[in-house]
Each structure stands twice: as C-alpha cells, then as structure tokens.
Design a protein around this ligand. Structure first.
Ligand SMILES: Cc1ncc(C[n+]2csc(CCOP(=O)(O)OP(=O)(O)O)c2C)c(N)n1
Ligand SMILES: [Mg+2]
Length: 694
C-alpha cells in the first residue's frame, strides 16, 4: 500500500524549516564547542554529528519522543536535540559531570540515553544496537493486548535504530534484519551513509551500497534519500514512518550524508581524503543547503539566517559555561549500579515431601512454575519449542535438545515459548531489547560451546546496561546454558567449560548448581533478579541419579551467592561446584577408607557472587583447602578462590592452597583422552593426599 502523507502548508513547512535550521546550528555549535573544550582538556573525547543534521531533523518530524523507542548511533546529536535532550545535558556528558543524565559521567559524549524520552542507553560497539532494537519492537508487539506490570506500549509506536554504513558490515545488523522481517516488526532502520567508517571507504567495505544489499529481504521497505537535503529527508521519513506505524513491516532508510569533520577528534581525515572531496562536502554542507533553501523560498533573509546561527552559538556557549561548573562524580559511586541484587532470606532446608526428580526435570518444572506466575517471562532459543502450532495436537514435541523446555509451548502458547533463528547473538540481543522494554526474557543457548557469537550481546550490552546508564535502565534476563563435559564422546565442541570468562564480567550473575534441589531454588532466585543471570546447567548432571532430590516446596528460594556445605568434615576443605562436587565426594570416600580423613566439601553453587564467608569459616576449622573444578586450571575460577583464600585466610592455613582443574587443552573425543583431560576422582584424591600430608 502506498502512503501519500498530506503535504504541510507552506507556512507550516517554513516554521518547521526555520526551527530545524536553528537546531542544526545548535548541533553544529555543540560539536565546535566540544572540540574547542577538548583542546583545553575540559572535555576528553569528541565525536561529531556534523553533516548528519538535516537528515536527522527532517526525519525527527515524524518521530515521537517518549512514545517511540530509540536505539541511536553516536552521530545522532541533531535527532536527540529534536527529541528534547538539551545542549546543557549533552555538555554535562562531555565534561563528565555527575549530573550527566545519560550516564553520570561514565560514558563518552554522544552516548545517548534518556528514559523519559525512550532513548535507550547505547554502547560504543558499532552495530550491536540492532538486535536489542528488534527485541524492543518484539516486546512492543507482546505487550500490546496484555496487561503486564511495568510494561506499556502504544498502538502505533515504532522502534528506531540507526547506524553508519560501516556498521552494516556487522553480522548483528543482518541478524536483526532477519527477525525484523520474519516477524514484520515495527522497526525503522536508518543507515546514515557518510561514505566512511573512520578511514575505510564504503566501496572498500562492501560490494554494493546498503540499499542494494538489503533488496532481497522480503517485507523490508527500502527508501533511498539524499540526507543532505532537509526537505527530501522530511518527506521520505514521513512516508517510511507512516508505513511502519501502519504495521506494514520494517523499513530501512539509506541516506547519504557528509562528514565534514574527521571521524573523531583523534582522527585527521586530510590524511586519507583528497582536498577535492572535502571541498565538495563543504559545498554541499546540509546546513548551508538548508540556509540557501529558506532564503530562496523567501522564508528568511540572509540576516535572519545569520541571526539563527548566532542564537544557536550563544545558547551553546551559555550551556557550556554551566556544564563546566557542574558537579564531578565521586569515585565512591563507581560500584553503584553494577548490579542491584534482591535480598532473599535463607529458606533453610527444603521439605523432603516433594516428588523426587532429576536435575533436568527439576529445571523443566521450575520453568513451568515461573511462566505460570509471570507473564513477562518468555522462553526462546534453538529448538526450545515443541512442534509447529498446527501439528502440536498430534505430536509429542521437542522441547529443547535436552528436553528441558518440553511442554512450555503447549502450556503457554507459541508467543511465550518459541524457536529463534540459529544465531546466538540474535537470541541474546533480542532478549536484551525485551528486558530493557520491561519483559523478563529467558533465552537459551543450546550448548555453552556456541555461546561465543553472543558474547558481544552478553558482555557489551546486557552486563553493562545498568552501569552505563547509571541505573536508568536494567537488563533482567535468565540466560540458560547447558555446559560441561564428562559425556564420553562430547569432544571439543560439546564439552566446554569456561565459566571463569563470564565471572570476569561485572554486571553478570553466574549460577552453577549441581543438584535438582539447588537448581530449583536458584532458578527461582534468578527470575527475581533485575540483572542478567547466566544459569549454567551441567549436561552430564541432567540425568545422574545422585542429582535427584525431592522437588522443593513453593517459595523455597535460595539467596544469591550462597554456597552450601555438601558434606561436613574436619581435616580438609574442598571448594568446588558443578560436576566435580560428586567427584570430590568419591575422592573423599577413598581418603576416608585409606587414612580415616574427614573431608568437608563446599558446593559454591553460585560463582558471582560467591560465598567467601562460608569458605573462610570452613578453612578456619580445617586449615587445609583444595579448590576443584572441571574448567581449565589456568585462569580458571579456582585461581580467584585460591588467591582470595591465600589473602584472607593466610594465618589459618597449614598447607598451600591446592588446585585441581582440566589440562590446559581442549576436551578430546576418544574416551581415554577425555578422561585424561578432565579432572577425575583419582586426581582429586591425589591432591587431597598432598594437602593432608603437608
Ligand atoms: C564493534 C566495533 N568495532 C570497531 C569500533 C571502532 N569504530 C568506532 S566508529 C567506527 C566506524 C564506524 O563507521 P560507520 O558505521 O560508517 O559510522 P560513521 O562513524 O561513519 O558515522 C569504528 C571502526 C567500534 N566502536 N565498535
Ligand atoms: Mg560512515
């Protein structure tokens, strides 16, 4: 369906053009002022919006602050001004003030964020905003027609996401187009093509202009526009936005713009761009073009235009003065808004009345329970659904490669448990957008071994959301991931550990239960968190008899970061988690038989945060300690625990802190090799003997 928006009256258009010309001058003056201030070391970074102003202001005429949702790019300064971010607020970020509303001095300038305006805090990672934007649009669709606590959506709101032509090379951009088109989501992509990604020309970056490259995406309405021309941008924007608002599917605007200033203050574009090209950009500067147009149409005189420029500059000068006087952040606030974890009381031992279930089944039941209680929870990932909707009545259903999500689609519908494309960044990135938008996504990565393509979304987007926005946004999600080996044949790509890599990411909670009871209590806690939780499910433990427990009663929720004494002892403490808990038990039996040793085993259960109090208390009693895990020994989580014990419990130790972990290589396929790589009962027993004999 074609859209022919009403043309504005001449006087209305004139009013808009003159107002936007003034805003364009404010935008350019902000860049100039920041560049000047950086030379005086009062601003510490600068990246300009120069050359993009007319495009963004023309487009902004069709967008609605506090109604639509915005996932902007760093060059979107003029759009932010149009939405209502003030020059003073922008300069507060440039000087790093505590009052910077986007980040409290934590982020570089032009890293926008404003909750009231629905501007989502952005990272510097080019292209990574695209998947969260799609998740946000997806959430819009889900929220509409439901009544969910803390989540509202307007009927024709859209999600705006922008990026440069360089960033379209990122896989995440293409993964986001896939889902935006497949689900016909109300997303407007803006590609502001200034011909360069720092020094790399667009023709050296990709085989064709982006509007040609996306031509095959069914359902994507592609618009090409000269973004230097405010009138063209305004009109093209109006048509494209109307179509997205009318729920006709996603749109992509490919706009050519200029980059009159270097990429950032750290770059000198004369080093790689010829004079003739830079002169041509000056001749076609979008602000100059708009000035000429308003004069030619008789809407303003040359003097009026000069006055608008002077007004814009004066406004910025005053804002800069005020921003420089604003409060600086205190280093004592740095650790605020890393996470905001819920306080959960220790529930004591669970009732033993419940039906005895295996580890995997316990997780499956807890997911059912959580979804029944909270409609904001959605489970998605590869193969997690049961069967095609039209066939589900006739088929048993898949429910995940380990059967952990079996029946969720059947019980809660395909809007709440669904399959995603085979793309891990897509899974987590969409979860980020849904979480920011007020849902509680529960994405699944099929195997830990394939989590790496989602790393940008986990580490850069999810884990930093709260901190980088200084608490304005949070990213609650329960990311379930089957992990680990001891599979006899799992080999290198189905046996990986690597939890220490995630423990190293501030803002992420890392859970690693070893038995059914704890999996239930911890998964319940994970859903109470308002921050991202990595919930690791050991594949080998899913069906082991020793992980079976009576299913704990409703309300039995484990506090975060609470370990447990799995087995009490007096001579040596083994600190462990996951699949090595049972192996440590077996090693302790050997030593009890051999030499009557009494070994205490602590199951940490939760790695971030971890229960150092419990460890300290135990080491004080036993004076000897061994840290055991399945993950590679070098830089494994045990290194952190051992170092902490050496520092905090030194005077209580009668032996060096021992460590047992996998060899520093990959897990091999052939079972004898697999056994030799991963820590076995004999390895733990041997290390325990050494510690006891010291
Ligand atoms: C993932 C990632 N890789 C590299 C960078 C460094 N970097 C910052 S901006 C940029 C170029 C972006 O070009 P483009 O998307 O065309 O936007 P433009 O700056 O031209 O507006 C690069 C390489 C980054 N911030 N993020
Ligand atoms: Mg570019």
């Amino acid at each position: 369906m074609a859209h022919h928006p009403d043309a504005p009256s001449e006087s209305a258009l004139a009013t808009e053009a003159l107002a936007d010309l003034r805003t364009a001058h404010v935008s350019r003056a902000l860049d100039d002022r920041e560049i000047a201030l950086q030379k005086q070391s009062r601003v510490f970074f600068q990246i300009s919006g120069a050359g993009h102003e007319a495009l963004l202001l023309g487009l902004a005429r069709s967008l609605r602050a506090g109604y639509d949702w915005f996932f902007p790019y760093y060059r979107d300064r003029a759009l932010m001004l149009a939405l209502g971010v003030t020059p003073y607020e922008m300069l507060l970020q440039a000087v790093g003030s505590a009052d910077d509303p986007a980040s409290g001095g934590r982020q570089m300038p032009c890293h926008w964020g404003n909750r009231d305006l629905h501007v989502v805090s952005q990272t510097s990672a080019t292209g990574s905003q695209c998947l969260p934007a799609v998740g946000c649009a997806e959430a819009t669709r889900y929220i509409q027609g439901r009544s969910l606590p803390g989540a509202e959506a307007h009927g024709d709101e859209l999600t705006y996401v922008s990026l440069g032509e360089g960033a379209t090379s990122e896989g995440e951009f293409w993964e986001s187009l896939n889902t935006a088109c497949r689900l016909h989501l109300p997303v407007l992509f803006l590609v502001a093509d200034n011909g360069y990604a720092i020094s790399v020309r667009s023709e050296d970056q990709s085989p064709a202009p982006i509007s040609e490259m996306v031509a095959g995406f069914r359902g994507l309405a592609v618009t090409k526009v000269d973004g230097r021309d405010w009138f063209a941008a305004r009109e093209a924007g109006q048509v494209a936005v109307a179509r997205v608002r009318a729920a006709e599917g996603p749109g992509l605007i490919h706009a050519t713009v200029t980059r009159p200033y270097s990429h950032s203050a750290a770059d000198t574009q004369a080093k790689y761009r010829p004079d003739s090209e830079l002169q041509d950009e000056r001749d076609h500067d979008p602000i100059t073009l708009l000035e000429r147009a308003v004069i030619a149409r008789g809407w303003a005189t040359a003097d009026d235009v000069a006055q608008l420029r002077a007004d814009g500059q004066a406004e910025v000068a005053a804002a800069a003065k005020a921003a420089m006087a604003a409060a600086r952040p205190s280093p004592t606030t740095l650790l605020s808004n890393v996470t905001a974890l819920p306080a959960i009381d220790d529930p004591g031992a669970p009732s033993t009345e419940g039906e005895v279930v295996a580890f995997g089944e316990a997780i499956r039941r807890t997911l059912h329970e959580a979804m029944a209680a909270d409609e904001r929870i959605r489970v998605f990932g590869e193969d997690v659904a049961d069967a095609p909707v039209e066939l589900i009545g006739q088929l048993e259903g898949k429910g995940g490669v380990f059967g952990t999500t079996l029946g969720l689609q059947r019980d809660f519908g395909v809007a709440r448990c669904f399959n995603t494309p085979l793309a891990e960044a897509n899974i987590v990135g969409r979860a980020v957008g849904q979480a920011i938008r007020g849902l509680k996504p529960c994405p699944e990565i099929q195997f830990f071994d394939y989590i790496w393509t989602a790393m940008q979304q986990i580490k850069t987007e999810a884990a930093t959301t709260r901190w980088r926005s200084n608490g304005a946004y949070s990213c609650p999600m329960v990311l379930r991931v089957p992990i680990g080996g001891y599979l006899a044949g799992g080999a290198i790509w189905h046996s990986q550990s690597g939890e220490s890599i995630f423990a190293h990411i501030p803002g992420l909670v890392v859970m690693y239960p070893s038995r059914a009871r704890d999996a239930v209590g911890m998964l319940r806690a994970a859903f109470r968190c308002d921050d991202p939780v990595l919930f690791l499910e050991h594949k080998h433990l899913l069906r082991q008899p020793y992980t079976r427990d009576p299913f704990p009663e409703e309300g039995w929720v484990l506090p975060l970061g609470k370990g447990t004494i799995d087995q009490a002892g007096t001579d040596l403490t083994i600190v462990t988690y996951g699949a090595t808990v049972e192996r440590s038990r077996r090693a302790s039996l050997l030593l009890a038989e051999e030499q009557g040793a009494s070994i205490e085993i602590i199951d940490l259960r939760c790695l971030i945060p971890w229960d150092s109090d419990l460890v300290a208390e135990s080491v004080q009693r036993t004076s000897r300690v061994l840290v055991v895990h399945e993950d590679i020994r070098t830089a494994g989580f045990g290194g952190e625990v051992a170092a902490w014990i050496a520092e905090a419990c030194f005077e209580h130790l009668d032996a060096p802190v021992g460590r047992v972990g996998a060899l520093d290589c990959h897990v091999a396929y052939e079972p004898t090799l697999e056994d030799a790589v991963l820590p076995q009962v004999a390895d733990i027993a041997e290390a325990a003997r050494r510690a006891l004999a010291y």
